[in-house]
Design a protein around this ligand. Structure first.
Ligand SMILES: Cc1cc2nc3c(=O)[nH]c(=O)nc-3n(C[C@H](O)[C@H](O)[C@H](O)COP(=O)(O)OP(=O)(O)OC[C@H]3O[C@@H](n4cnc5c(N)ncnc54)[C@H](O)[C@@H]3O)c2cc1C
Length: 402
């Protein structure tokens, strides 16, 4: 019998996790990963906060909640097995004002429903023991939240799958997938059709996922709208002011978690990310723009509906985009001893956030399978935490359905 052939589009952490899971489930198949860049994990997978989220915020029963919880166990075990650094530094979500308390308690209830281990609400005294320089009237403590380098994990998975026989085709941007009755053909951006057809294809194209899906005949929505997140690195001499991760209580009027203090696995301490519309899907420096990407969202009705609903939060974020001192001041509300800290900009990250036609942001992961092709249409945070579980979920569904 002919060996089954699978293709994965995208060599970010999710694509690599899918490729690995395919090999784990069936070592006899042939797996080929197509990546448009000259090395793996050049986009979201290496431009993020590096947090292994414990599963605090997500709607119980949803994909984010279940795959995040499973993902934590798999990532921790993977790091142990492959000697990749994993630091369970812990996290506090801190309320500064009374009005934030009901929201903090709601997060606690969700965390419990999601089975997050050892999570508890604490008062200001215990907060001082955990984070001596942090102020707040109440906090949620998640001691098992951890940090890693997802870029490093992705590179390790790439080495592992290559050793197990997978092929990674770098510099290979895919334009579209052409599904025939018994095979899927891959047309590259050069116009060339890859000589081999595939039995099944999984597309994990991150910031380009909607374009690849649409070119291949999938629905137009949800559409990717890129939101960048700026980080600043705290001066070395001040980094000991924060021990682990300090987060605000998320503002319900805004879809992201808010600027936080993040310890990095390399020992650096960063503040960020804020969230603002990006002038390009892969524009990491911020001083250039990509006209096609801008026209894409400006021409999308959903974007204007989103913008109209989010004027106050957009203005709030804009202040942190234009002024470094406002950015630092926002964070220093939680750690006042850092009010005058000097910081230097770090490379920003750009979120592939899927937006529906009515202007709402797709909250859960969106994974869509039709026939022989599966597209990940939305995998924002905690997408890296969940990656190995996303791989497991997609591959087992694929096996079940064929
Ligand atoms: C600022 C920020 C902070 C975050 N913080 C966290 C965090 O702390 N914890 C967490 O769990 N998650 C976090 N995330 C989310 C996490 O980074 C993503 O969920 C995860 O990296 C998504 O991985 P991916 O493989 O789906 O996408 P990507 O890493 O973007 O990979 C997609 C890959 O597809 C390739 N590609 C695209 N189009 C094509 C094509 N046509 N042909 C071939 N290849 C193609 C790209 O080059 C890329 O390598 C954060 C994200 C951002 C932006």
């Amino acid at each position: 019998m002919r060996q089954k052939r699978y293709a994965v589009i995208g060599g970010g952490i999710n694509g690599l996790a899918v490729a690995r899971q395919l090999i784990l489930e069936n070592p006899d198949i042939q797996v080929t990963v197509f990546e448009k860049e000259d090395s793996v994990a050049q986009h979201q997978s290496s431009h993020n906060s590096g947090v292994v989220h414990a599963g605090l915020y997500y709607e119980p029963g949803g994909l984010k909640a279940t795959l995040c919880r499973r993902g934590v166990d798999l990532i921790r075990a993977y790091c142990t097995e492959h000697n990749v650094p994993y630091d369970e530094c812990g996290k506090v979500v801190v309320a500064l004002k009374d009005e934030e308390l009901p929201r903090l308690e709601a997060i606690y209830r969700k965390a419990q429903a999601n089975g997050v281990p050892d999570v508890r609400l604490i008062g200001p005294e215990e907060l001082k023991e955990i984070e001596p320089n942090c102020v707040g009237i109440r906090a949620l403590y998640s001691p098992r939240t951890a940090i890693v380098s997802y870029g490093q994990i992705a590179e390790q998975i790439a080495r592992e799958i290559q050793m197990k026989g997978a092929r990674i085709c770098l510099n290979s941007p895919v334009h579209k997938l052409i599904e025939r009755s018994d095979q899927v053909h891959i047309e590259l951006q050069s116009g060339e059709v890859f000589p081999q057809g595939f039995d099944y294809v999984v597309a994990c194209a991150g910031l380009q996922s909607d374009r690849l899906a649409m070119n291949s005949g999938d629905k137009e929505t949800p559409k990717i709208v890129p939101f960048f997140g700026q980080y600043y690195v705290i001066d070395e001499t001040y980094k000991s002011h924060v021990k682990g991760l300090i987060y605000p209580v998320p503002d319900p009027r805004f879809p992201f978690l808010g600027v936080h203090f993040t310890k990095r696995i390399d020992g650096q301490m960063t503040i960020g990310p804020n969230a603002f519309i990006s002038m390009g899907r892969e524009n990491y420096t911020g001083d250039r723009f990509n006209l096609r990407d801008i026209v894409d969202y400006l021409g999308y009705g959903g974007f204007w509906k989103f913008a109209a609903r989010n004027v106050p939060s957009t203005l709030r974020e804009l202040r942190t985009v234009v002024s470094k001192s406002i950015f630092v001041r926002e964070a220093a509300k939680y750690v006042p001893s850092l009010a005058n800290v000097s910081v230097s900009p770090a490379v920003r990250g750009i979120r592939a956030q899927a937006m529906e036609g009515d202007g709402s942001l797709a909250d859960d992961f969106v994974i869509r399978q039709t026939g022989r092709v599966t597209h990940i249409r939305n995998a924002p945070s905690p997408g890296a935490t969940s990656s190995l579980a996303i791989g497991e979920h997609i591959v087992r569904n694929l096996i079940r359905s064929h």
